[in-house]
Structures are given as C-alpha cells and as structure tokens.
Design a protein around this ligand. Structure first.
Ligand code: ZN
Length: 456
C-alpha cells in the first residue's frame, strides 16, 4: 500500500540499468521535482544484509549522477537576503536563462569569500577570479533547488565592472553585520530589532526556557507581528508587555478577533503578567544573543548577579586587537568566567555595542524586572568573595577544573592580575602575571598551598 515512484523498476543487467538511466535523464526536465541522478540497489534483502555497509554508505546501493546542467548568462545584480538567524546571504539576479529545461533567474553566491574568489579553506577558487555585477557567468543546476554560479567568462567582463563590496550593515534593519573569526557568514547583530529575524526572535523570547509565555505560538506571533492595527502589533519583546495597555484604549478588540475568545484573551494577559518578574538567566537567554544559550546565560547571571552589572561589564569590555593584546580588565573578567570563551564574550560585547539592542532592552526593562541572582558557592570557605587568578601550569587539576572549584567555593576567577586581585595561584612556568602580582604585593601561592588553603 505504499506509494512508490513510477520510475522505479527492476533491471537484470548492466545494459538494462544504463538504458533506464538514459530514459530517466531524458524525462528529467519534465518531472515535477528536481533530481540529480538515479540510485541502483541490490533488490534482495538477504543479499543486502550480506553486502553490508561501509562507514557511511551501503555496499548494496550506488548513485549514478547526471552530468550537471550548465549555461551562461549575465549577472544583473547581487542582492543580500537576511535569514532568520541573521545570516546575510548573497543572491545573484540573472538575465533569465534556460538550464536543463528550467528557466533560472536566481542563483546562490554562497558568501562574501565565494564572490571574492576565495574558498572555504582560504585558498583561491576559479584561479582567484572574483564575481562582479555585469559579468557573464557560468550557471550550474545540479538537481539542487538553488542553482549556483561556477565561474565567470573573463573576456566578457565589461570594462567598467567594479569589484563587489559586501555590505557591513544589515539591509533589513541597518545594524552592523559582523563576521566572526573562522566563519564565512556575516550576520546582522540587530537581533531584537531586525524585521528579518524578529518573528523567530519573539518565538525564542516566549519559549519554555526563556519567558515561557503560554498562548503565544508561532501562529499568534505572526498574527500580532503583521497586524495593521497598532494596538494589536507585536514587533519587539517589549510590545508583548504593552499589549494590554494598548488594547485598553483601542476599539479593535482582541477578543473579537477570530481564534481569540474573551477567555483566551484573559488567559493570555494573565500569562504575560506572570512574567513581569523573571530570573536573570532567563531574561538573558531570552534576548537571543548569539552563543548565549541556557548554560552560558546561567554562567553570566551567576557571575554578574544583576542585569545592570552584566550590561556594564559587557559595555566596558574592550576586545583584544590581535595576539598579545589581553584586552582591558572588563574583558578579562568576562573571559575569566568559567565556561565563557572569547567567542561567547565577543557576541555579548557586540550585542551591547548596538544602540538598537540597548533601546529594545531598555524598553523591555520598563515593563519587566529581571531578578538579581543570589550569590552561590560556599560563603564560609576561606576564598569566598575573593578574586583569584590561576597562572602557569597546574598538575592536580585542569584550568577549567580549577576555575569551577574556585567558583564553587564562592571565589571569583579573573583572567588577569589587577589591584582587585586577592590571590594568585602560580604553577611552573608562570610569567608576566606572577611578576605583576609580585609588583602589586598580591599574595602568591602554589597549587599545593591552594588545596591546603581550601581544605581539600
Ligand atoms: Zn538586521
């Protein structure tokens, strides 16, 4: 009773298999879906079992791909699309051309390096040729839904063609678009205000581990997002909390909208009001800062204890410029938190560097109070409340274990030595931090003394 593909059939020889391949290839353009080849399979299940698998593929099946279809046409424009995660993707707008029976007007350009003629590994592709608007390009359709641009025809490049400059601002919202080290993709940092990301962000904001507001599913969010009446519009997280007040003064009542009765509206307002106070870690997670998932949100909340301390820390932090630059003290404090590396720290710093985001956060803070975190850790321990720096080699524990242990004991772990440092634990090979500690007259102990001190 299963529906099977009409083109499936049994072949009894290699010749029959190739004949079937050619028949399907000839019909390919008229199929209502895209294919890139055929698959030959051994038909008997017992033989399949005996043949078994290689590491990633079965020995009893093999793909026979059609040659990719190619054509040349002119690149009219490069447009940037912003995805739901904020990724900026360049799309080629082409002079319409028929490739393998299908008219192609758009093709992917992957990312900014691809346009420049640089591959994912940093090596030149297309012998380093870049792609410019006005170029005659070679387009390939290989069964994929999105055709791609393979190369350009250098002889046909117009003399006034200019190298493409990839935007460093999001075309949807104007926020800075940044590229993280080691990543090919440039992303919009305007998370909370970017319309291209907004619906997805609001869904995240109300999700179970964030604000956990019941009655706001995907359908409702899209309804509120696109509503033409301002009293029913939700574009930012703060709008959720002003909905009731805006509705009170409006003639367009939510309870009269199909799908919302008086009861469900009352329930929705109650669910929203219940979240006017929320744990700091949830508040932070809900903001949807890149790389700040639940765990990192908890780590940050436990370290900074209040939202304002966290925002001040992130706003003051100055990222290092190149190797050897340690960044400033606020940066060191941030990356000194157990489990917070420079990638996470950078995402946080960039988020709070964006005026748009701060405005959205302030609007939210006018409606919602993130609760201060209680200090955790053993307050009776001899290092509670102390700022500790570990430097040099450690033998009885890894650096991460040391950080975790110190935090468990109520100490703050910092990445660099400053006047605020109380204790430096120095192992073999300790260098500049040890020297600074000595100069500042800060107590320095070795690893064994640390264990003695904390009584473990
Ligand atoms: Zn944007």
């Amino acid at each position: 009773g299963f529906r099977i593909n009409d083109h499936m059939g049994i072949c009894r020889s290699v010749e029959e298999m190739l004949a079937r391949y050619r028949t399907i290839e000839a019909e390919r353009a008229s199929l209502p879906y895209d294919i890139d080849g055929v698959v030959y399979k051994v038909d008997r299940l017992d033989l399949q079992e005996r043949l078994g698998f290689r590491s990633r593929s079965p020995r009893w099946a093999t793909a026979h791909k059609f040659p990719a279809e190619k054509a040349t046409t002119v690149l009219r424009a490069i447009e940037i699309q912003v995805g739901r995660t904020g990724a900026l993707t360049p799309v080629a707008r082409l002079e319409p051309v028929t490739v393998g029976g299908v008219v192609v007007t758009n093709a992917t350009l992957h990312n900014e390096d691809y346009i420049r003629g640089v591959g994912n590994d940093g090596q030149p592709i297309r012998e380093g040729r870049d792609i410019r608007v006005g170029d005659t390009v070679l387009v390939q359709r290989a069964g994929d839904v999105i055709p791609q641009i393979l190369d350009i025809v250098p002889e046909k490049r117009p003399s006034d063609a200019q190298p493409y400059v990839f935007p460093d601002r999001c075309p949807a919202c104007g926020s800075h678009a940044v590229r993280e080290e080691g990543e090919a993709v440039r992303r919009c940092t305007g998370g909370l205000v970017c319309p291209a990301q907004a619906v997805e962000r609001i869904r995240h904001f109300v999700s179970r581990n964030a604000f956990d507001i019941e009655g706001l599913g995907e359908k409702q969010i899209e309804f509120f997002f696109n509503h033409e009446d301002a009293s029913l519009r939700i574009r930012t997280p703060a709008d959720i909390f002003t909905l009731k007040a805006r509705q009170d003064g409006s003639l367009t009542k939510l309870e009269n909208v199909e799908g919302f009765g008086a009861v469900s509206v009352r329930k929705l307002y109650a669910a929203i009001d219940e979240r006017r106070q929320v744990a700091l870690s949830r508040f932070l997670f809900a903001l949807g800062v890149r790389h700040i998932g639940e765990t990192n949100a908890k780590r940050l909340a436990r370290h900074y204890l209040s939202f304002e301390a966290l925002r001040a820390g992130a706003s003051e932090a100055v990222m290092p410029e190149g190797k050897g630059d340690p960044g400033n003290a606020a940066w060191q404090e941030l990356v000194g938190i157990n489990g917070i590396g420079s990638v996470v720290a950078e995402a946080l710093v960039e988020f709070f560097a964006e005026t748009h985001n701060n405005e959205a956060v302030d609007a939210l803070l006018a409606e919602v109070t993130p609760l201060d975190e209680e200090p955790v850790g053993d307050v009776s321990s001899p290092v509670a409340g102390k700022t500790v720096v570990f430097t040099g080699g450690l033998e009885r524990m890894s650096r991460d274990e040391a950080k975790a242990m110190a935090e468990r004991l109520g100490a703050k772990v910092a990445g660099s030595v400053s006047k605020k440092t109380d204790l430096v634990v120095a192992g073999p090979g300790a260098g500049s931090k040890l020297k600074q500690a000595t100069e500042l007259g800060i107590e320095v102990i070795d690893e064994d003394a640390w264990f003695e001190r904390v009584g473990q």
